[in-house]
Design a protein around this ligand. Structure first.
Ligand code: NAD
Length: 275
């Protein structure tokens, strides 16, 4: 698969260049970032110490949209939605890792997936996707008798909260318990909060330093607690997964998929983030 990277100069963009070059199923075909970036025109391979790839950073997806079979987009929500339109018009597939999209922006993705194949996941690591499955069991067994809290920590540069992964963890629990996350989520606590309502799912956010991404779902019952925890120690965990998803899209012409589909974990629970 010929792969293009959007947001190529970013923290994840550089990892994605490296992961694309390392995967035997993919070749690096294009790299895009914002107009005005000092890196426009640079050799994309040079950004990861592997120069001479002959792929140069451009500031307009429209110029290169036909150069790749699939683009991987880890940018910001407004950019992602605009990129979806460009890829849809060109018939080019997309893997999207951007988080923080609102309902309207997610609806735009779903609509575009009627024409092109899109993989959209808040977390492309294998470990977190395994945790989504473990959580279904934990929620089924303990969910009604435990207070459930989702705790996440990320580096100081992250611009959205709670993380897309934390929200998805909450969605998995809520859906398994037949609750709507929109009605039962409580974000942070302060002051005279009153006693905790067992039907709620709490979210706590920590931001600091260079934390790549930690997530814990806590089930606190009377007399015992269960914690399901994932800790990412390298962004390559996400990069490898996203490039794997890009290669997986070779067999799909249209439709909205997530990493559960790519890993064959979807089963009955496919569609947590698609609704
Ligand atoms: P970053 O700020 O380091 O990089 C974002 C890059 O996108 C920057 O280089 C920026 O210039 C570029 N960009 C912005 N608008 C653009 C546009 N219109 N066209 C082209 N490029 C544009 O951020 P990051 O840490 O790399 O994270 C990027 C996104 O990926 C965030 O939403 C983050 O939450 C998400 N993320 C997802 C996963 C996952 O597994 N799904 C993992 C890590 C990060």
């Amino acid at each position: 698969m010929k792969v293009g990277i959007i947001g190529a100069a970013g923290r994840m963009g550089r990892i994605l260049i490296e992961a694309t070059l390392a995967n035997p199923q993919t070749t690096l075909a294009a790299a895009v970032d914002v107009p005005g970036s000092s890196l426009i025109g640079a050799d994309a391979g040079e950004l990861v110490g592997q120069g001479g790839q002959g792929v140069f950073l451009v500031d307009d997806l429209g110029k290169v949209v036909n150069d790749a079979d699939v683009f991987i987009d880890f940018t910001v929500p407004q950019a992602t939605v605009a990129n979806v339109d460009i890829c849809r018009a060109a018939g080019t597939k997309l893997v999207i890792g951007t988080t923080g999209l609102n309902d309207e922006q997610k609806a735009a993705l779903r609509e575009a997936a009627g024409d092109i194949a899109i993989c959209f996941a808040p977390n492309y690591s294998i470990g977190v996707n395994l945790c989504f499955k473990l959580l279904e069991t934990a929620a089924r067994v303990m969910g009604e008798d435990a207070d459930i809290e989702v705790i996440e920590a990320h580096h100081r540069h992250k611009i959205d909260a709670p993380s897309g992964t934390a929200l998805r963890l909450g969605e998995v629990v809520a859906q398994t318990l037949g609750r709507d996350l929109k009605d039962c989520a409580v974000y942070g606590r302060e002051g005279q909060t009153g006693a905790r309502d067992r039907k709620t799912i709490g979210f706590e956010t920590i931001r600091g330093g260079d934390i790549v991404g930690d997530h814990t779902v806590l089930f606190a019952a009377d007399g015992e607690r269960v914690e399901i925890t994932h800790k990412a120690s390298s962004r390559m965990a996400f990069g490898r997964g996203a490039v794997h998803a890009a290669a997986w899209l070779a067999d799909h012409d249209k439709g909205l998929f997530d990493m559960q589909d790519v890993l064959g974990l979807a089963g009955d629970s496919a569609g947590w983030g698609k609704g």
